[in-house]
Design a protein around this ligand. Structure first.
Ligand SMILES: [Zn+2]
Length: 842
């Protein structure tokens, strides 16, 4: 919206004094905010939302003001430009929206309790105090908090507490920082603390509903991550402490508030004695991500939200760089290859997707920017390409320079490219702009034409796409020296293929290591050559090969029926990444079969064939001292065996359930979900169902909760499906932050899909009221589109969502998701017969 201006142009705060008096009982707070700053004009505006302002004084004189709620503003005049001091007195409600200042609810020993916390990114600081709520408007903050305090409660903020006077907690003045990074919290908390080598205090805080040992893992990862970043960035951690706080109600995954990082409980606290390795790795990367932001994002901040990628893409890459350095035995980049890479390649192939860098003004559109697959995953992939081109020495040198130049200030993408160019002598910006500014990515076709090895690039689409003639500068990472380092042209010829093959002595390959954001379509000759030497490829290159074949099939460039016979060749791999790619293809075949049909039986037989030897090798129970690969592979093959209805697998899972009936939480976390799901699906009863639902309500272990959810949503009993859905809006059972997983689970269940879909359509308004202010809202649409695959559902989806196309923040998602379902429906129609034939023969 063109009418929106940045308020910072008219008033530039240098210092805030914020006093808040918060009452949990009445769900109200009152505040007095004193802002000193430089007025550039006589008519100025401050951001505010839901604030009931009593008075505003400027330099001691009360002024008239106008509320402009459409623009989240209060407008007034100052008597003169230049330095002014503004005092605003106000009150406001505490809302349950998980934005601004908000309560988190939980229970300890049956007693209901609350923690108050904050979430100010992107633009919710204005719900707590008036000010210039824009990332470029950096200032220093003095925070003073009073609340309905009970004995033993803890108060946390960005900076250490300075003093308590008359029940008011005063905190040290912050460094110069953006409003969206201000944070505080209070409640009845437990904690563990330690100190880094350089003297930074590190702490982990959570409610007393958790066991104390659940804080240990995070404390260790946080401490070592900060030590790693201080060394890697060659820039000290800028604050005296780094608190990590788990909040029972939390909208995003975590939030990098400077010095007081907040997390979903599931992403911070875990039982060190019984948590799957994959979950530990995930939690570690979340912590490392937020701590990467303490420099990249907090110390140096994007100028405006269009450069959000600067923050998120960078932190998303650094989480892997950091964990790889502090926990090398995890091979954490494999997780990048099985999570971020496929999600980026999938979403970025749909026409209409956003580019990593997006122009944005409307606040409603800012939240829609947080597209995980693009701004986080694709952006990280982009920076992985930069890192591979530059090498770590130049990267670190460039970063040090970047922090030194822009610390306590703001920067744009061009500033980062300039620092990296200085350090490396490479024109990084020119190479990266093709990836940053353009949506989508290329498929590089490698073919032997008239005896010549030829490469060409073209944008890759899944579903209908309009070729806009886009071209990328592609780091090829070929194993043949004849291939250019960067392919900038639409087409290149590398020379006589027979001669090149002879000279190189190995099959021709592109994108070794799968670090560049493109896929490869080899012609039949080149592909056969690679397949003939499959065992020469390392695990990630095998994953990339399978993944590219899958995407080419999704995009209609090859037939899915040709991919099916390849699967068996990978089935005995001991690598978890190869198994991840293999079962991603196999699971994608499920959409081609009708439930309870002969075709489904054939697919189940294929799953059985693929998994049988691995199930026999690995068994159900994790062995002490087994490799990470084995631990991470077991879930894929057990899941496959259960889908195959393998009688021995079903019986083993049932036996494990029976043997552990008294304490199901104690089942090994790696296999617990499969045991519980098998039980609900094949041996379910209403009694068992209620027992698990009660366990879900009572446990504070997020992994166990997720396992119970997966089990309960797989019930085939229509009455139990209805019972589940009746709890969707019951926050005492399912917190709004966790609802999407439940909805998705029931929707993906053939026996539950109709009921879940009816619920979404009937109660859309409730959903919007409950999570509508929130970045997660649009993902309910994404999740639905990820499952639907019939013409009937497509028609219903369109009928429901097309009338909402003009809702700010939803437009792009609805348009893209219609394409996503359409392309899937078309693919199934075109390929169903051939795919099922290939499955029957495999
Ligand atoms: Zn982030």
């Amino acid at each position: 919206m063109a009418e929106l201006t940045h308020f910072y142009e008219y008033f530039q705060p240098t210092h805030y004094n914020i006093y808040l008096d918060i009452n949990r009982g009445t769900k109200q707070f009152s505040g007095r905010t004193t802002i000193t700053g430089n007025a550039k004009a006589e008519k100025i505006a401050l951001h505010q939302k839901y604030l009931e302002i009593n008075t505003i004084t400027v330099d001691g004189t009360s002024v008239e003001f106008t509320m402009d709620n459409d623009h989240d503003a209060v407008r007034f005049s100052v008597p003169k430009t230049g330095e002014v001091t503004i005092i605003v007195d106000y009150k406001a409600p505490l809302t349950d929206s998980m934005m601004g200042i908000y309560p988190s609810y939980y229970e300890v020993n049956g007693e209901k309790k609350q923690i108050i916390g904050t979430q100010f990114e992107t633009n919710f600081a204005r719900q707590a105090f008036p000010g210039i709520d824009e990332p470029a408007a950096k200032a220093k903050f003095d925070l003073a908090i009073k609340f309905d305090e009970q004995p033993g409660e803890t108060v946390l903020a960005n900076m250490p507490e300075q003093k308590v006077e008359n029940g008011v907690h005063y905190f040290d003045t912050t460094v110069r920082m953006s409003t969206y990074l201000v944070a505080f919290a209070f409640g009845d908390l437990q904690s563990k603390t330690t100190t880094t080598k350089s003297g930074v205090k590190v702490g982990v805080f959570g409610t007393k509903a958790h066991q104390a040992k659940e804080l240990d893992f995070a404390l260790d990862i946080a401490k070592r991550s900060i030590e790693f970043y201080e060394d890697f960035y060659q820039t000290p951690y800028p604050l005296p402490h780094s608190w990590q706080l788990a909040l029972p109600d939390f909208s995003a995954g975590a939030m990098e508030n400077w010095g007081l990082v907040t997390y979903r409980e599931a992403y911070l606290l875990l039982d060190p004695d019984n948590t799957a390795l994959e979950m530990k790795q995930l939690v570690a990367t979340v912590i490392a991500h937020e701590l990467a932001h303490q420099w990249f994002g907090d110390l140096v901040t994007m100028q405006w939200w269009d450069d959000l990628w600067l923050n998120e893409s960078f932190a998303n890459m650094m989480e892997y760089v950091a964990i790889d350095a502090i926990q090398p035995d995890w091979h954490i980049w494999e997780l990048f290859q099985t999570s971020d890479v496929p999600s980026a390649l999938q979403r970025d192939a749909t026409d209409g997707v956003q580019s990593v860098h997006v122009a944005v003004e409307d606040p409603a559109e800012i939240d829609a920017l947080f597209d995980g697959a693009i701004v986080y995953a694709k952006g990280a992939r982009m920076l992985v390409m930069v890192r591979a081109l530059l090498g770590d020495d130049a990267l670190r040198k460039g970063l040090k320079q970047y922090f030194a130049t822009h610390q306590y200030g703001n920067a744009k993408g061009a500033n980062l490219w300039a620092a990296l160019a200085d350090a490396s002598g490479m024109n990084v910006g020119e190479i990266m702009n093709s990836w940053l500014e353009q949506p989508g990515y290329p498929v590089v076709t490698a073919a032997v034409e008239n005896g010549k090895l030829t490469l060409s690039q073209q944008q890759f689409f899944i579903g209908q796409g309009q070729d806009a003639g886009r071209k990328w500068q592609i780091p090829l990472n070929s194993n043949y020296a004849a291939a250019p380092k960067i392919m900038a042209d639409r087409q290149v010829t590398l020379g006589d293929y027979a001669q090149l093959r002879d000279e190189n002595g190995q099959p021709f390959r592109l994108n070794q290591g799968n670090n560049s954001h493109f896929i490869v379509k080899y012609d039949a000759t080149l592909l056969q050559d690679i397949l003939d030497h499959l065992s020469d490829l390392d695990a990630i290159d095998q994953l990339a090969l399978l993944q590219d074949q899958r995407l080419l099939a999704e995009g209609g460039q090859i037939s899915y029926a040709d991919v099916v016979p390849l699967l068996a060749r990978f089935a005995d791999s001991h690598s978890n990444v190869v198994n991840a790619a293999l079962y991603q293809v196999a699971n994608n075949l499920k959409k081609f079969v009708t439930p309870d049909s002969a075709e489904e039986k054939h697919l189940q037989a294929l799953f059985d064939k693929l998994s049988a030897a691995q199930v026999a090798r690995l068994g159900w129970t994790p062995q002490a001292g087994e490799s990470n690969d084995d631990q991470l592979t077991r879930p894929y093959v057990l899941s496959a065996a259960l889908y195959a209805k393998n009688a021995a697998a079903v019986a083993s899972a049932h036996d494990l359930f029976t043997a552990n009936k008294a304490d199901l939480a104690a089942l090994p976390a790696d296999i617990r979900m499969f045991v519980l799901r098998n039980e609900v699906k094949n041996y379910g009863s209403a009694e068992r169902f209620e027992q698990l639902l009660t366990a879900y309500r009572q446990t504070s272990d997020a992994s166990y909760k997720a396992d119970i959810r997966a089990a309960l949503t797989s019930t085939t009993d229509p009455e139990l499906v209805q019972r589940l859905i009746s709890h969707f809006e019951d926050a005492d059972t399912i917190k709004p932050q966790d609802l999407r997983g439940w909805y998705r689970g029931v929707l993906a269940n053939d026996a539950g899909q109709q009921a879940a879909w009816d619920w979404l359509r009937n109660d859309w308004q409730w959903l919007e009221d409950t999570v509508g202010g929130d970045m997660e809202f649009t993902t309910y649409i994404t999740v639905t589109a990820g499952i639907f695959h019939t013409p009937e559902r497509l028609a219903e989806f369109k009928a429901f969502f097309e009338p909402k196309l003009n809702t700010p923040g939803l437009t792009r998602e609805i348009k893209m998701d219609i394409k996503v379902i359409e392309s899937r429906v078309n693919l199934i129609e075109a390929e169903k017969a051939a795919v099922n034939q290939a499955i029957a023969q495999a």
